[in-house]
Design a protein around this ligand. Structure first.
Ligand SMILES: C[S@@+](CC[C@H](N)C(=O)[O-])C[C@H]1O[C@@H](n2cnc3c(N)ncnc32)[C@H](O)[C@@H]1O
Length: 249
């Protein structure tokens, strides 16, 4: 396939992106099962067990060398773990858990910044197959006591957790399940009364591919202060932003 010169240069630098560029497929094609096998048969598996950092590095290694993954990746992981170290949330919810990368990152960062507290991460994931892989990686990381993977559409899972009394308030929300879903699912959380003064809401991919409706919503919201923070999509180093909003009233 012929590509413009800038794409040729990009694919020379990041050959792992070729398949995604040429097929448009970035997930749901068996790479997720391959990632699990890659991690479980990793030469360093004995040291990976119980080490969230090493497991995240192994997932990044797969994404850089085997097949591109739609996890947040190393650069955005650093941005978000700094945010968690500052905010010290005790209850976090993510919409769009995929294979557990961001859930492992959040639980590990929360444990480091708030070791004495009862910590909970709810990772809401649509796909039963991805949820099953995430649970295995979370278990391997030694974080199953903190992270609960809930399978199903995020809106349903939020309502179910709330109705059970399991989730009545949250300190940190991460939206990463589909930019077109952000406004409606933000409003579901708001409608259930899950936000309190100080809750921090981070939304990925607000520039690439972009979430203009969500950005307008949070930037014009009377209870929120909101700003974009730069983050790179890796591999590829594509510039993007995470929208970080804080409930101020
Ligand atoms: C970009 S990936 C999430 C990556 C993950 N946050 C990470 O960094 O490791 C998006 C995920 O959202 C899931 N998803 C899509 N629609 C959803 C919905 N309505 N509710 C929950 N999850 C959804 C997809 O199955 C996919 O696994």
């Amino acid at each position: 396939m012929d590509h413009p010169p800038e794409v040729v240069a990009l694919l020379e630098k990041f050959p792992v992106l070729r398949k995604a560029f040429e097929t448009g497929v970035e997930s749901h094609d068996g790479r997720e099962e391959k990632l699990l096998s890659f991690v479980l048969s990793h030469p360093d598996i004995d040291n990976l067990r119980g080490s969230p950092t090493k497991i995240l590095s192994a997932i990044d290694e797969f994404s850089a060398s085997q097949d591109f993954l739609i996890s947040i990746g190393g650069h955005k992981a650093a941005v978000l773990s700094r945010l968690i170290a500052e905010e010290k949330p005790q209850t976090a919810v993510e919409l769009g858990g995929y294979l557990g990368y961001s859930a492992i990152l959040f639980a590990d960062a929360m444990r480091r910044s708030n070791p004495a507290q009862q910590l909970r991460v709810f990772s809401l994931e649509l796909s039963a197959e991805f949820s099953a892989i995430a649970r295995q990686l979370i278990e391997l990381a030694g974080l199953s006591d903190i992270v609960t993977v809930v399978t199903g559409p995020a809106e349903e899972s939020l309502r179910k957790l709330h109705a059970q009394g399991t989730l009545t308030s949250l300190d940190f929300l991460f939206l990463d399940h589909g930019e077109e879903l952000y406004p409606a699912d933000f409003k579901v959380c708001e409608g259930l009364g899950l936000f309190h003064k100080g809750t921090v809401i981070a939304a990925d991919n607000v520039v690439r591919p972009g979430a203009p409706e969500y950005r307008n919503l949070v930037r014009s919201h009377s209870r929120l202060q909101s700003t974009g923070v730069k983050g790179l999509i890796q591999p590829g180093d594509f510039e993007d932003e995470i929208e970080i909003s804080r409930v101020i009233a």
